[in-house]
Unconditional design. Sequence first.
Length: 410
Amino acid sequence: MRPGKEEPMADAFIYDHVRTPRGRGKPDGALHEVTALALAAHPLREIRTRQALDPKLVDDVVLGCVDPVGEAGGNIARAAALVAGYGITVPGMQINRFCASGLDAINFAASQIMAGQQNLALAGGIESMSRVGIGASGGAWAADPTIAIPAFFMPQGISADLIATKYGFSRQDVDAYAVESQKRADAAWREGRFKQSVVPVRDINGLIILDHDEHRRPDTTTQTLGALKPSFAQMAEQGGFGAVALQAHPDVEALNHVHHAGNSSGIVDGAAAVLIGSREAGVAAGLKPRAKIRAFANIGSDPALMLTGPVDVTQKLLRQSGFKISDIDLFEVNEAFASVVLRYLQAFDLDPAQVNVNGGAIAMGHPLGATGAILVGTVLDELERSNKTTALITLCIGAGMGTATIIERV
């Protein structure tokens, strides 16, 4: 761009995406033996191989990671790019916006391409929750009273229960939603809807370690879930967080504790990558565009409710982009807890058949830094399968935030 001359903004296209299966995020999970670095490199290597991609054409690798410490620390994106064979000229950057990190990595890479500063990039995320425990990176949010007190800090599960109480979702409502997530995920796997996108993880001998989402429980019913005790009632009472919730929202008389392990997102290991570039970069690399990234936004939201950011950021994104809610064919709303999605459905009066068509994190798990990228790939595949056009992807975020992105098939 010449000084003093404005050039039109470039388009950012999605050319490919892959993800690993999601393994249970425990020592007995199938991916526990795989290091965070190896897991992060896997989808990057797969895209390079199956697109016969010349690494010299790649300008950056951007990966989300929520607990970037220990083996997942030290800028895992740069290390993963090297391990995946991209060579010394391809840089890498790790970013963290908690649960939306994988989606924000895509948005960051897209913004660089739209601004004309990059041509081709890989973006996605990684979380090895069986090896680097959730919350391992610490932080002031929970520990420092100068922020914990004025921001009404409480664990996310209590915020989820606060949302359910405030917006009228019963135990039956959240359990029924969780069962539906399991049913949809089971149908998606049985019908092969993920077969082009999920790349099996193999050991050094080439033997498959995991080729499916390990967390699923397709035999789940409302009866089996009904036998589970609420997970956050004791924490609310003994930890004093119930009082914090009522102080933050005095219109609520008492918390109704409805969430448990069966209607909350699963702790899992996983990684994902999305190949993004300009039109010119795609032509140069012999790539076929699948979708265009149309718009994206971030927002801060009520830190006590914490998980209602998807509603707020969707309203912002629609205002900024000129899209109407009726213009969106499919929605991916991360299933951090059942009440998060129920509130989203309620706020926009959506048809449940449009939202999380193939199940979500309740059934398949939430590998924190990778989930946003996984959702983009999942909904793009579904747009193609169902011959639809436009999708909105959004996630709630710790500390009260939201991120959302609109993509459109080309």
